[in-house]
Design a protein around this ligand. Structure first.
Ligand SMILES: [Zn+2]
Length: 60
């Protein structure tokens, strides 16, 4: 990934807007992994992340 002037966090469920850290479940209704348990370093097709700690800014 190139330097585009924003601080990117690693792309994984841990940094996904739709990952619920308390239970470790993907809650993205658009993802095939929705309602499944995922690991912090997993990644699903519906990843949506945080940039500079602001939520829901970056989509794959
Ligand atoms: Zn997910």
């Amino acid at each position: 990934m190139s330097n585009i002037g924003i601080k990117l966090r690693p792309i994984s469920c841990e940094t996904c807007y739709y990952w619920e850290p308390f239970s470790g479940v993907c809650v993205n209704a658009d993802s095939p992994m929705c309602a499944d348990f995922t690991e912090e370093d997993d990644l699903c097709a519906g990843w949506k992340g945080m940039v500079n700690d602001e939520r829901a800014v970056l989509e794959l």
